[in-house]
Design a protein around this ligand. Structure first.
Ligand code: SF4
Length: 272
C-alpha cells in the first residue's frame, strides 16, 4: 500500500514530557505518523492513530516551518529552566522521507545554535548517520538511542518488515562510535534473539537498554495485548518469548558480557 504523505504547519512543537517520559521536560516529534509500521507499535492504540481513518504506518504528516518554530519555543523554554528533549515519542525522527524533507536535520541545526541541556534521539534508521556532524557539535548533550530489538534479521522481518535491516543499524552504531557521538543500543521491545547478540554489540556501545511490552508500552502490556502480536509468536513457534520472562533471559545473556553499570532496564535506560 502506498504511503500517504501530507504537509502541515504545526502550531506547537515542544510538548511536555509525561508518563514514561516524565524524566524529560519536553518531547519533540518532527513528523506525525510513522511509515515503519512496526506490528508492536503501541502508538497504534493512541489517539493520534485511533482518530485517523488510515491505518497506522500508512500515513506521514511532514511538519513544515518546524525549525523557526523550534527556535522560538526553545528560547522560551530555556528561559524557564532546564530543557531536556526526547525525540521522538510517537514517530521515528528519521522517516525515509527525512532524506529529502530534512525536518529533523533542521531541528538539529537549531539545537546546535541553541543547545538544550540534553537531547535523546530515538531512532531505528541508519539515516541518522547523515547528521553525525551536527550530533557531534552537541557533544555530551546528546545521546543517540538506536533500536536493535534483536540480532536476527529474519525475526525483524516478521515483526517490522518496513523498518531498516538490523545490519544497517549495527553499522550505524559503529559509525557513531567512530565519530564519538554518545549512543546506546535499545533492545526495545525485546524480540527473539540469538545467544551471540551481546557479543555483537559489545564492541559498539557501552550502554544497552532492555525493555519489553510489559514494562515499556505505558500500560503494563495492555496496549500491546490489543495488537495482533501473539499470533506472530505462535506462528513462529516462539510463544515463550511473548512473556515477561523473555527480557530476563536477554538481560542474563547481556550481563555475562556487559558490566551491570552498562545495562539499563526500561524507563531508566531512556532517561536523560
Ligand atoms: S518506528 Fe517507532 S513509532 Fe514508528 S511504527 Fe515503529 S515503534 Fe512505532
Amino acid at each position: 500500500m502506498e504511503l500517504e504523505t501530507a504537509y502541515k504547519t504545526p502550531k506547537t512543537l515542544l510538548n511536555k514530557g509525561t508518563g514514561f517520559l516524565n524524566g524529560y521536560s519536553h518531547t519533540l516529534n518532527p513528523y506525525t505518523g510513522c511509515s515503519y509500521a512496526c506490528s508492536y507499535c503501541y502508538v497504534r492504540q493512541m489517539p493520534v492513530s485511533l482518530f485517523r481513518a488510515q491505518e497506522w504506518g500508512q500515513w506521514v504528516d511532514v511538519k513544515l516551518e518546524a525549525a523557526p518554530l523550534l527556535r522560538k519555543e526553545l528560547k522560551r523554554a530555556k528561559a524557564k529552566g532546564p530543557v531536556t528533549i526526547f525525540m521522538s515519542s510517537s514517530t521515528d525522527p528519521y522517516q525515509p522521507i527525512e532524506a529529502t524533507a530534512c525536518v529533523t536535520r533542521g531541528l538539529l541545526e537549531v539545537m546546535v545554535e541553541e543547545p538544550p541541556d540534553f537531547l535523546l534521539v530515538q531512532t531505528r534508521s541508519p539515516l541518522v548517520r547523515r547528521d553525525i556532524e551536527l550530533l557531534k557539535a552537541l557533544k555530551d548533550r546528546v545521546r543517540v538511542s538506536m533500536t536493535v530489538e534483536t540480532d536476527r534479521d529474519d525475526i525483524r522481518k516478521h515483526f517490522t518488515p518496513s523498518a531498516p535491516p538490523i545490519q544497517a543499524r549495527i553499522k550505524t552504531l559503529e559509525l557513531l562510535k567512530e565519530a564519538g557521538v554518545p549512543a546506546q543500543a535499545a533492545i526495545a521491545p525485546v524480540l527473539p534473539s540469538s545467544e551471540a547478540f551481546p557479543e555483537l554489540l559489545r564492541p559498539l556501545v557501552n550502554r544497552v537498554c532492555i525493555d519489553d511490552y510489559y514494562m515499556g508500552d505505558g500500560s503494563g502490556g495492555k496496549r500491546t495485548q490489543k495488537l495482533p502480536i501473539k499470533p506472530l509468536y505462535d506462528k513462529l513457534g516462539l510463544e515463550d518469548w511473548y512473556h515477561p520472562s523473555a527480557y530476563e533471559r536477554v538481560y542474563k545473556r547481556f550481563s555475562e558480557v556487559f558490566p551491570a553499570s552498562q545495562l539499563w532496564v526500561s524507563q531508566k535506560g531512556f532517561e536523560p
